[in-house]
Design a protein around this ligand. Sequence first.
Ligand code: ADP
Ligand code: ASP
Ligand code: MG
Length: 426
Amino acid sequence: MALIVQKFGGTSVASTDRIKNVAKRVARWRAQGHDIILVPSAMAGETNRLIGLAREISPAPDPRELDVIASTGEQVTIGLLAMAMHAEGLKAKSFTGFQVGVLTDSTFTKARILKIDQHRIRKALADGHVVVVAGFQGADEHGNITTLGRGGSDTSAVALAAAMKADECQIYTDVDGVYTTDPRVVPEARKLDNITFEEMLEMASLGSKVLQIRSVEFAGKYKVKLRVLSSFEEEGEGTLITVEEKGNMEQPIISGIAFNRDEAKLTVLGVPDRPGIAYQILGPIADANIDVDMIIQNIGRDDTTDFSFTVNRTDYGKALAILETVKERIGARDITGDTTICKVSAVGVGMRSHPGVASKMFGALAKENINLQMISTSEIKISVVIEERYLELAVRVLHKAFGLEKPPKSKLGLTGRGETDIITPS
Ligand code: ADP
Ligand code: ASP
Ligand code: MG
């Protein structure tokens, strides 16, 4: 008997029929004696609808009130799921994040989980209930409702699994695992049996929305056994997120291609080339809570230089307004911006021991005449900023250049078999 946290994403609970299917599936797990904590998202499209309603009242909704509104989608699915399980003859109880003590900080719309109180969940489990906890939401120390950022139900599930010391956290979604790239963009993409935490972290942070980045961080930190699976297929072991095995010579050099269309580029032109200038530009951006991603400073000429960086597209207008004031202060010549860019990245821990990955990547993109506007590298990833209209082409070309559609030579995998064994309902 195991304690399993199962998260079902929006498409998996998109209709009452699908919710009934989830309940049937859970009934089979219960019949095997497993304890189950279910963490659903809102029904597909619902969170967008709710945010849209708020924007009809105000184009820049008050974040506290926005969270009150956006969090309600999950409250509907927990109730429906509990009822669907009653119909299957199961004992089940639904709880909001607040009710089970999901304590977060007060950063509305992207709050961080600080603590989860296990007592209420433990009691409900001990009473024989399937416990259904609303994903995406918590409450701060003052009892304000908070949400965890888009895709945050993944993080709710992993955090609950960590707090409850669950045997496994299963993320059920509309694909049957983590692929070498988004299978909707490259149909030849291949499902990975395993991916390391490090790689998954990079993939998530570089735009692969199959798992929210914080869920991967949590899983790595608290050693949660994390698996991505299909909510529509009963067969298959999905993808297990694993700890890297040192010295595995068979590791592929590149594990996947990630992309992100949500970025925008800002450039400050004719910046005086003197110490402290980067701080003067980026300080006010950071003070406004805007995350900066890639940064590039050109070589100075005639005592001036150009300074570019990227931010999330939702922060573009705010960042531009800040730069206008910075421009006056530092005496820069002009500000330009571009919201039609995207970022494409190649990720792989095998890159560490294999030189030449960057040149292969740049060569493949050059062949298609795709101009690289920005480049950034780390030990296990290379990212480029390109024009958005080339996104699909770039992803396809890179996927092919690194031979990702073909299975790796050895199927030794990254972990031993014992660790990949899935807990099955039958
Ligand atoms: P859910 O609503 O279940 O949370 P999401 O839409 O957030 O589902 O995430 C699943 C989607 O992530 C898939 O439908 C797929 O299009 C996308 N995706 C992006 N990159 C990948 C990848 N490398 N592997 C699998 N899916 C990916
Ligand atoms: N419902 C929330 C969203 O759409 C959280 C989630 O789906 O994980 O972002
Ligand atoms: Mg998601």
